[in-house]
Unconditional design. Structure first.
Length: 193
């Protein structure tokens, strides 16, 4: 059964291995039944152990065959199937439907709104252009630093603050972050995603 010539990954050889496992189970079961010193419960347990051992052997043989295939010893070429956009969409909708069935009514309604095609496309465009991570981080950092500085100066010299300082500082930092992203992409020749 552990013959190196048998490749367990093909359907024919899988069937051969299954038959060999069944024969081994039958042999072990017959040997368990043949011994008169065992009670019927012990015989049943021995038969179950034999089945378990035979199935374990069959699985090990299959795993060895899979390892040989991964190592490149298998002469059968593996086919790579390209997944189409339609198949992806179908699977995506199926997954959404399955997950929504487990949600409560308000969450299900929110999920339908968020995962509508118009909202998803808008979110993708915004995420790829204005809501860049570097821009958001730069905007937040500059808002913290600049507003802290402006606040200290305003308190020291007695100037009133209008409330626009935080928004203005964030916008300045956000533009710096977008510029940094753009320059980085131009210099490295990468993709702006």
């Amino acid at each position: 059964m552990n013959s190196p010539e048998i490749n367990p990954t093909t359907p024919e050889n899988t069937e051969i291995l299954s038959q060999a496992a069944a024969e081994r189970t039958a042999e072990l079961a017959q040997s368990a039944e043949a011994s008169p010193e065992h009670s019927p419960e012990q015989q049943a347990e021995a038969i179950e152990n034999a089945r378990h051992e035979a199935s374990k052997e069959a699985l090990l043989s299959k795993e060895r065959g899979g390892a040989e295939k991964k190592a490149g010893n298998d002469s059968t070429p593996s086919a790579v199937r390209k997944v189409t956009k339609n198949e992806k969409n179908t699977e995506y909708q199926k997954t959404l439907k399955e997950i929504r069935s487990q949600l409560n009514a308000p969450s299900r309604a929110f999920s339908k709104v968020i995962h509508s095609p118009a909202v998803e496309k808008t979110s993708d465009v915004v995420g790829a252009t204005v809501a860049r991570p570097n821009a958001i981080i730069a905007g937040s950092t500059s808002a913290l630093v600049l507003v802290s500085g402006v606040y200290i100066v305003a308190k020291t010299y007695g100037y009133p603050m209008s409330g626009f300082e935080t928004i203005g500082a964030f916008v300045i930092g956000w533009m710096i972050g977008l510029t940094y992203d753009y320059v980085r992409v131009v210099v490295s020749g990468g993709k702006y995603n």
